[in-house]
Design a protein around this ligand. Structure first.
Ligand code: MG
Ligand code: MG
Length: 254
C-alpha cells in the first residue's frame, strides 16, 4: 500500500532527515586516506547513540542479503556500489567511497547516500559521481504532484545515458515512512508519463547508482556487498524527498 503523509507528518519527519544529512556530512569530512571503514561505522554508531536515533540497518535481514547486517552504515569502495558491509579495510589514495545511511528518529525514517573520492581523485571517478548527482537532481526536479513515477525513472535514465553510462534497474528507490522500504518501488529508468501518479504527501527515496563500464552486478562473498562484474567503479546518490503541492522537499539535504 502506498501511504500519503500529511504536511504535519512530513514536518515530524524533518529531524530524521536533518540528522541523516548531518551524519553523512561528518562522515565525508572524516573519510580520508588511512581511515578504516570500521572507524566510519563506529563514528556513525556513536552519533546514532548520542542522538537517540535508531539504525535501520543493524538488524536488517532482507531476502537479498545475508542478514542481519550488523552495522549501521553501508560503505561501498571502488567496484562495490551498494550495500557495502563495513569491514577491516583502510582507505587508500584515490578510493571511491559510497556511504549509505538510514535511521529512524521519533519513529520516522530518512535514507540518503553520497559518493566521494579520498585523496587524489581520478577525473573518471568524479565524472561518474557527478552524473549520479545530476541524475538525482533531475529526478527531484520532476518529483511533483501530477507527474508520474515514470517521469522520475526517465529523468535518471536520460541523464545516465546522455553521459554514456548504462542503467541497471535491479535496485532502485522506494517509499519511506515509518519503515525504510515501502511502496512504491522507484525504478532508476522508465518511460515518462507512465506509472503511478505522484501525489502530495508521497515520501520517497530516489537513489540513482551507476557503474563506469557495465550495468551488471554480482554479490560479494560477504553476502551483502554489490559489486560490478567487470571491476569498474560505482557511484550512488540518494535523497529522501517529500512531494508537496509546490516544490519537492529534500528531507536529507546536506
Ligand atoms: Mg539508502
Ligand atoms: Mg534507499
Amino acid at each position: 500500500m502506498i501511504e500519503l503523509l500529511t504536511p504535519r507528518q512530513i514536518d515530524e519527519m524533518r529531524p530524521a532527515g536533518e540528522f541523516v544529512g548531518q551524519v553523512l556530512t561528518k562522515l565525508v569530512e572524516v573519510a580520508d586516506v588511512g581511515v578504516n571503514l570500521l572507524e566510519l561505522d563506529a563514528l556513525a554508531h556513536e552519533m546514532i547513540k548520542e542522538r537517540g536515533a535508531e539504525s535501520c540497518y543493524i538488524d536488517y535481514a532482507p531476502s537479498f542479503g545475508r542478514g542481519p547486517f550488523g552495522k549501521v552504515l553501508c560503505t561501498s569502495v571502488n567496484d562495490a556500489v551498494l550495500h557495502g558491509l563495513p569491514h577491516d579495510y583502510t582507505l587508500a589514495d584515490g578510493d571511491l567511497l559510497s556511504l549509505d545511511f538510514a535511521v529512524s528518529v521519533d519513529g520516522w525514517v530518512c535514507d540518503s547516500a553520497v559518493s566521494t573520492v579520498v585523496g587524489t581523485p581520478d577525473p573518471a571517478d568524479l565524472a561518474l559521481i557527478s552524473t549520479t548527482e545530476e541524475a538525482l537532481a533531475a529526478a527531484i526536479e520532476v518529483a511533483r504532484a501530477g507527474n508520474k513515477l515514470g517521469d522520475i525513472g526517465a529523468a535518471i535514465g536520460g541523464v545516465a545515458r546522455a553521459a554514456g553510462y548504462s542503467v541497471n534497474t535491479q535496485f532502485g528507490g522506494h517509499g519511506v515512512g515509518r519503515t525504510m522500504h515501502g511502496e512504491p518501488h522507484v525504478p532508476n529508468d522508465g518511460r515518462a508519463g507512465r506509472g503511478f501518479k505522484l501525489r502530495p504527501g508521497l515520501v520517497i527515496a530516489i537513489e540513482p547508482w551507476l557503474l563506469a563500464t557495465t550495468d551488471e552486478i554480482k554479490m560479494a562473498d560477504d553476502g551483502w556487498t554489490i559489486l560490478s562484474t567487470d571491476g569498474s567503479r560505482g557511484a550512488h546518490s540518494e535523497h529522501t524527498i517529500a512531494i508537496t503541492h509546490g516544490d519537492p522537499i529534500v528531507m536529507t539535504a546536506r
